[in-house]
Design a protein around this ligand. Sequence first.
Ligand SMILES: [Zn+2]
Length: 684
Amino acid sequence: MKNLWNDADAEKMVADYAKKGVDGDLALRVYTTRLLGGEPRLVLHGGGNTSCKTRATDLVGDEWDVLCVKGSGWDMAVIEPQGLPAVKMGALLKARALTELSDEDMVALQRSNLIDPASPNPSVETLLHAFLPHKFVDHTHSTAILAIVDQEDSKALVKTVFGEKMGYVPYIKPGFDLAKAAAEVFDADPSVEGLILDKHGIFTFGDDARQAYDRMIHYVNVAEEYVAKNGKPNATKAALPAKLARPSDIAPMLRGAVAVARGEGRFDRMISDFRTSDAIIDFINSAKIAELAGRGVSTPDLSIRIKTGPMAIPAPDADKLGDYKAVIRSHVETFAKDYQAYFETNDALDDVKRTMLDPMPRLTLVPGLGMFGHGRTLKDAKIASDVGEMWIEAVRGAEAIGNFQPLSKADLFPLEYWSLEQAKLASNKPKPLTGQVVLITGGAGAIGAATAKLFAANGAHAVIVDLDPAKAAEAAKAAGNNSIGVGADITDPAEMRAAFDKAVAVYGGVDILVSNAGAAWEGRIGELDDATLRKSFELNFFAHQSAAQNAVRIMLEQGTGGVLLFNTSKQAVNPGPKFGAYGIPKAATLFLSRQYALDYGAHGIRSNAVNADRIRSGLLTDAMIASRSGARGVSEKEYMSGNLLGQEVTADDVAQAFLHQALAERTTADVTTVDGGNIAAALR
Ligand SMILES: [Zn+2]
């Protein structure tokens, strides 16, 4: 591992922060914290922590010795000074004399001694930092260090690898007890340059930021070199099918299998993030991958992301894809059953009241293909994949020099079900469409973009399909929530298929279709040429059918139901003069919606239509509004609000109707009218 310290960068950071009133110690603390945080082999997504002992002034001008320590929720890679809250040292040091201190009291002690009460909670490893005398303390969960400590005889191995310069601390759950134990190891030999924490990670310390950082990189390199020099060749590989299925063939099946069934056809769905590389494949093709996955996480804080460890499933045979869904389901069932047993066994050991988290895997290893990270959002799914890559790194190293033996699941349990972590999770309330993927055709138009925005605000990830890829990307950006834009001519079945493939590739599947794209052609029906009518049918009927077919194909693979929503327009039930080319295929689409409701209701797939009218959009442009209102001799405003309510109906109103239909769990074969009231077009 490269030492990234650079004098010029360090000096620049000190100078830049000095202008903002941040002292040099804290500026350098930020500098090396970012260096450490930028390397996934050291820390991942909120893991690891650093500190520095300095002085700070409170509001009444009193100066205090403080520990600036990483705040919970901050990512080291992008830390700022406010991510290192200052805690008064005096109180922290006094705590060492206590014989016990609960986690809740420890948090209370730390919070009540903050200089700024608005700070985030100081790290749960704050006391460990405080009890060590050095000015700068760095802590990481280096994969190379984990390869050494995730062994049966790790204590002896630590001595062999690091000699006398590093202290060895047996595994203890982070918190007060670990802080005391670590301090005692240090006191027994204050000449050490750091501490190796069994089954957990490494601390290094120094008089300045550079020394602590240099020592971290040095000892990680010592571990890396030991693994490189003493590593055995890779384990035997499993036999793979002659023809492997593709990731997109199995993603929806897997995504459906890991959705949490809430009963009565309701599911908490997850997003799947597929990841692969030569290194991933080389490792997961091992003949013993399922057994290695079962041994657990490489460092305990990964349990927050991937629970008790990954799930491994057999490689998918392209010729036996029909049976593979059942294979996936049985593996997920076993994983969930084991997880439940793990919870029940360990929960019964004391009388603390806990709620079991959902028992679904967060990381699936598929030999021959790669891995899928699962999470309630794309961000969480990607984090699970990131964690998976580092799990592989650590386990590969551990297996190369011995036998991967991480923390036991009994010891992992108190960490996964830590009251502090459970509180964090409980505050993370999902939105109504969290975990769901909506694909919207005509997604860059007024109604499509408004719908994407509203669905994304309600937790869904939107796949915005539009003829114009740049506009699709723009609408995705405006919608937010990691939505994506896809350019496609949806009257071409291959392009429609490609748009759905993209949704599967990025999110693992599709739950909601908003089949919205449309265009109008005019002309008296008796004089209309066939080409025009057929063209209109291609977009206003067949593209809806093609979208629905693709959606249903994926929904059936997932087995978690779904919703088809069609924009059918008022023309479907109330024809306008010279508008047959538009209205007739729309009428067919209205019945298409009902046919899907009828044919797929038994699979939990709902199908509804929205009848909108007179919405300012690409179909009804400002120029058209001016010409039509002029022709009728009314003002534009009167024309647009010519309905029972006397109010203009907007794209946002249509989006609301689609959202209502997506959320109304017992509504199918429905038509919702969004036109401000038009008795002639009212449905019976
Ligand atoms: Zn740690």
